[in-house]
Design a protein around this ligand. Structure first.
Ligand SMILES: [Zn+2]
Length: 286
């Protein structure tokens, strides 16, 4: 009987989904994302929450058992630095995730398309780079939607990942991000790669004194690397110039760069989220 057949199918599909996460369809062009798995009924051991917070739907770090790290690059696209960054990533065959700002995506849609065509992931970093925990619920939704609309207009793809500016978030913001189907991506290796003076441009002396010359940035990042590290750099010139040294140093230490979707899928309790590059994923060179 057809009814029984459907019930049977439903049950077996349900057990499969418990392992792989549930499939969520969102509007437009048959585009699908995998919604992160719901937390199992039994409480998870604390160690899993240390990797991924189900309550906040937030990745905190990658699997400690794997010599794998994630490179994230925030605040672009900025044409001058991005061109250097993309060329470097291509040369070393290293993937990265770019958290982009909507107003800059609108100015440079071609650059965001190039990021995806090169096989990298593009994440949402809000429309105007505002601190989400200071905004009304509607303003938070607008910041997320407007950025995503600009990404979609530029590339025909939506973002599955978000990083709130300044990592300023709270329970209310977290609920809104989750209701938009977004997974929040944290970081644990800061490059401290920029300084801003209120009244003047930073000079070369300022940068050397404060430690934001390319070599100093690279050394700071390399010193902090551990299995499962998530590096945050900014889409600016000094970091673009630091990148070859960061990649070579990390590979010398035996680390392999993976994508955000791969890092989520390789957690002790895997989280399946479909990423958005339009080209096949780059395989890191080691
Ligand atoms: Zn930012």
């Amino acid at each position: 009987m057809p009814t029984l057949g459907l019930v049977g199918l439903g049950m077996s599909a349900k057990s499969a989904l418990m392992i792989t996460g549930s499939l969520l369809a969102i509007g437009g062009g048959g585009y699908f994302i995998y919604k992160a798995s719901k937390p199992p009924k039994r409480p998870l051991p604390a160690v899993y929450d240390d990797y991924f917070s189900h309550a906040e739907k937030m990745l905190k770090r990658g699997n400690r058992a794997n010599n794998e790290i994630l490179l994230t690059i925030d605040d672009g696209p900025h044409p001058e630095s991005l061109k250097i960054i993309l060329a470097t990533l291509k040369k070393y065959k290293v993937p990265a995730t770019f958290f982009v700002v909507g107003i800059r995506v609108k100015e440079h849609p071609d650059l965001v398309r190039q990021i995806m065509n090169d096989g990298h992931e593009v994440g949402n970093h809000t429309q105007d780079h505002l601190r989400l925990d200071t905004l009304s619920e509607q303003a938070v939704r607008n910041q997320i939607d407007f950025c995503d609309q600009n990404i979609f207009k530029a590339t025909g793809r939506h973002a599955s990942f978000i990083r709130p500016p300044g990592f300023r978030t709270n329970a209310k913001v977290g609920d809104i991000l989750e209701s938009h189907g977004l997974t929040t991506i944290g970081w644990n290796v800061g490059a401290k790669d920029f300084i801003v003076f209120r009244n003047r441009e930073a000079t070369a002396e300022d940068r050397a004194r404060i430690g934001v010359e390319p070599d100093q940035i690279a050394e700071r990042v390399l010193k902090q690397l551990k299995p499962g590290s998530i590096i945050v750099l900014h889409d600016i010139k000094v970091s673009a110039l630091a990148l070859p040294k960061i990649i070579e140093g990390a590979q010398k230490k035996g680390f392999k760069f993976i994508t955000t979707a791969q890092m989520l899928a390789r957690l002790p309790e895997p989280i399946m989220v479909k990423a958005n590059p339009s080209a096949p994923l780059i395989t890191a060179s080691r």
